[in-house]
Ligand binder design. Structure first.
Ligand code: SER
Length: 318
């Protein structure tokens, strides 16, 4: 039976990943590392937890030894727009957490899953479709840490045999824990505003395409990649995965079909817009499909129906 440590388990991805992994591997086999509130409902009751500052290697090592962990999911990140405001924080947290996880994994014999991102690409990358192996010269600190992280993870695999695997996540749309400081956060906020009956002011210009994905597909990707037969993996860090290439008006129209009174206007935020324009429009995910059977389930309509239903339930509307 696998024993898993999630570092950064209270964030946008971590909070849902912990539930998913506990459902698969059993509540006591998934240890959730946390550093600060807000904690998802039932966080301390749902299974084992441990306080971990991911920039402190000893704390990770202690948790791995104590719980006899064999796979670490490193979900720690400072998202793109926040990292542009404080690049040193972006570097120290992003690289610090990853290097610490890799070192602990090397010493204690664990596998490591780390998210990379569409942010690992830059303006020189072919935007549509973006091949698996292509130019990676990002212009954000977030992207710099993601490229460095991909290289470092591949290095730990080839040099030390650490079982490192990762995917380049699109912007993730979810409804349990809101993201913070990301360029693609608009695609989450738009749903919260629509269900609250409020107007949404979009910070990204109409016509700006980026890859987006619904959280259940993103969680499936992490699990399937970590369960994949290593003999079939030609790539490791990181796989392009894709579900929907969308621009703001497409999201707006999809929501409006279900909530006809919903209104959206644009007030473009220059930092986020510049980041969005430097990222691809659509990733080519052929290698993920061929090497470990990646296949997303949610399209725009299915995601929109589910998002609205879940957020209405949360609001107590039905
Ligand atoms: N969602 C991230 C961001 O916008 C991209 O991976 O920063």
């Amino acid at each position: 039976m696998k024993k898993i440590l999630i570092v950064g388990s209270t964030g946008q991805i971590g909070s849902e990943l912990s539930k998913k992994l506990r459902g698969i591997y059993g509540r006591d086999n998934v240890v959730c590392g946390y550093i600060a509130p807000p904690y998802p409902d039932g966080f301390f009751e749902d299974g084992p937890t441990v306080e971990i500052d991911a920039t402190n290697r000893q704390q990770i090592a202690d948790a791995v030894k104590k719980h006899k962990i064999d796979a670490i999911y490193n979900m720690v990140a400072i998202l793109s727009a926040t990292a542009e405001k404080n690049p040193m924080l972006g570097w120290n947290v992003g690289m610090g957490a990853l290097l610490n996880c890799l070192e602990v994994a090397r010493e204690l014999g664990c596998a490591v899953f780390t998210p990379s991102s569409i942010g690992a690409f830059g303006p020189g990358t072919p935007p549509n479709p973006t091949p698996q192996d292509t130019i990676q010269r990002p212009t954000t600190m977030y992207g710099v840490t993601k490229v460095a992280g991909e290289l470092l993870s591949d290095y730990y695999f080839s040099r030390w045999g650490v079982d490192t695997r990762s995917v380049r996540f699109p912007g993730l749309i979810s409804n349990l824990t809101q993201p913070g400081g990301g360029t693609t956060d608009y695609a989450v906020e738009i749903y919260y505003k629509a269900v609250a009956g409020e107007k949404f002011v979009c910070p990204i210009k109409q016509g700006t395409y980026m890859d987006l994905m619904y959280m259940p597909d993103a969680l499936d990707a992490a699990v399937h990649l970590m369960e994949a037969d290593p003999a079939k993996l030609k790539h490791r860090n990181s796989f392009n995965i894709a579900a929907m290439s969308l621009e703001p008006d497409m999201l707006y129209q999809a929501i409006k079909r279900q909530i006809p009174t919903f209104e959206m206007t644009y007030e473009v935020e220059p930092v986020k817009q510049a980041i969005a324009e430097s990222w691809p429009d659509r990733l080519d995910d052929t290698c993920a499909r061929d090497e470990w059977g990646w296949s997303p389930k949610f399209d725009l309509e299915a995601m929109t129906t589910d998002m609205i239903e879940v957020l209405r339930k949360k609001k107590g509307e039905r």
